[in-house]
Ligand binder design. Structure first.
Ligand code: ZN
Length: 322
């Protein structure tokens, strides 16, 4: 059944209590939202597949949409399992038409390129109405990550709310960092909406442990933000890291491939390494050249490239001091 198309500018508070499906679309971009309306209260917005090759978020949110019918819901919960439909259907990180990275396109423009229009549609139609926001990511097809939850650091009441939201995902470690432009979280930041993102392992598939950890986190969060009543959940102790340098948590910036070729990693995800140690190598295709990749710092391998073919400049590893 095709969901009804929402009138642009739909005030979610005008929807009757209960469960709704709506398609938001304009100018050849769109997405489907699953909306649970309860009484007055918080408006929690979650989405998956900001990047099209990340499947944990869509899988979790689809499962909830199929079965979750709470008897006592306070406020509104909105889930967009697949935000970037064209990228998702193409099985790739970026949009197949303009090759735009949706996580760099926010807040977007009403009449910009297709990725910019999609960002604008989400920002103005849903994010603008949210009181809390969660963006579900993963390593996608090309990378494997040591799962974490994160947010943009700020020293105010919103920062404290973000910390509390992140603590709900207590099976992941927590990484906060400075403002970076273009992200969904930057758009939430501009609107003073507490927002977190979650990064699951990825590696082209779904680790069932990640799904279970996400599910637990979402249950905790619904109670934590006040959408559901229940005994206050008890959280596991979470390892945390606050980065003051924006580059530290910029995943595309570290250990770039020195040239095109075949990448052979020598360390596993989660390994602790020392600065200067060999992490792997890139073999050139046309000659016997082999370029070792050495650790830029002491730290733990929190990202490793899984796709073995690399172009010059592709990020191969990220190390974090956790
Ligand atoms: Zn992503």
């Amino acid at each position: 059944m095709t969901p009804r198309v929402a009138k642009l500018g739909l005030d979610l508070k005008t929807l009757a209590p209960g469960f709704h499906r709506r398609r938001f679309q304009t100018r050849h971009v769109g997405f489907i939202a699953w909306i649970w309306r309860g009484g007055p209260g918080p408006v929690l917005l979650l989405n998956g597949a900001t990047h099209g090759d990340e499947y944990e978020g869509p899988t979790l949110l689809r499962t909830w949409a199929a079965s979750w019918r709470p008897a006592q819901l306070r406020g509104t919960v909105i889930m967009v399992p697949v935000l970037n439909e064209a990228a998702f259907l193409a099985g790739q990180r970026v949009h197949p038409v303009d090759h735009g990275n949706l996580a760099r396109a926010f807040p977007g423009k009403a009449r910009g390129p297709v990725t910019s229009r999609l960002a604008y549609l989400f920002d103005t139609q849903l994010l603008a109405q949210a009181t809390h926001y969660v963006d579900l990511h993963s390593g996608g097809a090309a990378y494997a990550l040591l799962p974490w939850v994160g947010y943009l650091t700020r020293n105010d009441a919103i920062g404290r709310k973000q910390r509390a939201m992140a603590a709900c995902f207590d099976e992941f470690w927590c990484w906060s960092g400075p403002f970076l432009p273009g992200r969904t979280l930057s758009a939430a930041h501009a609107r003073n909406i507490p927002a977190i993102y979650v990064e699951c392992q990825g590696a082209g598939g779904i680790d069932p442990n990640d799904l279970a950890a996400l599910d637990r986190g979402l249950n905790n969060l619904l109670q934590g933000v006040g959408c559901l009543d229940g005994p206050h959940p008890t959280f596991r102790r979470q390892k945390t890291r606050t980065s003051n340098d924006a580059q530290e948590a910029h995943l595309q910036a570290h250990h770039p491939a020195p040239h095109d070729g075949l990448f052979v990693p020598a360390v596993e995800l989660g390994t602790r390494v020392r600065k200067g140690s060999i992490l792997g190598a890139v073999h050139a295709l046309g000659d016997s050249r082999l370029s070792p990749v050495k650790a830029e710092r002491n730290g733990r391998v929190v990202l490793v490239r899984r796709q073995r073919s690399v172009r010059k400049g592709d990020a191969l590893f990220t190390l974090a001091p956790v």
